[in-house]
Design a protein around this ligand. Sequence first.
Ligand SMILES: Cc1ncc(C[n+]2csc(CCOP(=O)(O)OP(=O)(O)O)c2C)c(N)n1
Length: 553
Amino acid sequence: MLLTGAQILIKTLIEQGVDTVFGYPGGTVINIYDELYKNSDKIHHYTTSHEQGASHAADGYARVTGKTGVVIATSGPGATNLVTGIANAYLDSTPMVAITGNVATNMLGRDSFQEVDISGVTMPITKHNYLVKDITKLAETIRDAFALAMEGRPGPVLVDITKDVQTGKTEYEPSPASAAGTPPEISTMQLNDAAQLIREAKRPYIYCGGGVIASNASEALMAFADQIDAPVGLSIMGLTAVPYAHPRYLGMVGMHGRYGATKALYESDLLIAVGTRFSDRATGNKVEFMRDRKVLQIDIDPAEIGKNIGVTSCVIGDVKGVLSALNALLPQLEHKDWMERIQYMKEHPDNNLEMNPMRLTPQSVIEGACRKNGDNVVATDVGQHQMWTTQYYQFKKPRTFVTSGGLGAMGFGMGAAIGASIGAGFKRTILFTSDGSFHMNLSELATAVTNKLPLIIIVLNNRVLGMVRQWQTLFFDGRYSNTTLERQTDFVKLAEAFGAVGLRAETNAEYEKCLEEAFGYDTPVLIDCTIDSDERVLPMIPPGGSINDIILR
Ligand SMILES: Cc1ncc(C[n+]2csc(CCOP(=O)(O)OP(=O)(O)O)c2C)c(N)n1
């Protein structure tokens, strides 16, 4: 079959099972968009307000579905607008294929109109990227890109396709979807060593990250925790791997983690790290973090072993496979005293937040929405509201929390919530955001309205860049440099201007009424919640600190 490059691209996307893409048109992808138009019964394209929003939407879609998210952008500014989304996917290990157009091959490298060397720009933030200059390589490149995005530790792959490749013609041979690469074989020696360490441990502690979710290993993890009789603390990316209500759940570890989760980690004698990369936000002072405990690291990515934390032992492999193998190898273990101590730490967290119950507090905002939302999807932006969500939202199922964990990109939320809602089958999705983050990509409200998405956007409006302000309060003697923006934006009117419903709450009673109303709509609703500018996220371990430095009040 003789087809154009643009036709081959769409055919190969359909081969890969892609039925949803996010993006924004432009001159160097106009041929691709023409083919999308002709194939709109097979692939639904969502046009966002900005390419950054499209890249975050592809990310949110991938996290909720477990499939690879796809985003398309034109050359030059379209491509560079994807960079934050690609970096975000890289740091949070989200499978993504980003497709960009570029100028014709004979115009490359000449500073042509809208030309940017996007493969060069994204080299450090992709698993791999391709510049396709030869049409005969196009189909196999797309297939490789999908295989690579999912293989081993997932991540983003970029394919930059020159204009002449899109318009040229070549033979196309259909092919089945790329097979998900077989995970590396698990070493029996490593398994035996790990089992030995676990048997010897008196106070084992499981610390799990996003790898557990990526590997769909939630059930295997809970079975493992039961079998070795250990509690589970989580990184931000690991949240949802264990339900909030599970007796072994301790919550998030680290700078803004739960007190009990971090304290118990420090009291453990064996830390079993599962699918996590030991981000500095989680570990704080690495010397203190390591003191007096052995570390067993389980990860599919060999490059992660010992990268941030020296380990006693490791097992390289798909997390689900490793946990099941360990379960088969180990007897039922019991750590009665340790688990009693854990229970005590969980029930006696010295972290009473000084929130005034007469006002609308972050806790009441998040818990109120949680009570209503059941087990639907939650997205956040970045800042204090993100951390309050990790603390108070009672997640029930994996793949229901979409947040910018590694990059911490303000502006992530709107795009991510859109992609997540679409991925979950147009399901109700709550976005917790704040005035700073929301200002960054609020134009995506238009996308949500156009597509009639059942989003509830809850703005924890403290009228400041809260998280930075909190640092200024604690470490800069209250010199609030540029965190009090004094913007006059009326979020209710703004929502209405975009065609969404806008509601406002200043008290708990008003908030309850707003929630009641919001859950009655199946189109976007924004609730502007007034909270105090000085609310803090506590506990907090200062950067580079340890449990000894924890701030509780
Ligand atoms: C794109 C981007 N720019 C700057 C920052 C640095 N930063 C981290 S948190 C924060 C404040 C966030 O303010 P807001 O969105 O209002 O949330 P709040 O902390 O008030 O809940 C800033 C500026 C960032 N994370 N991302």
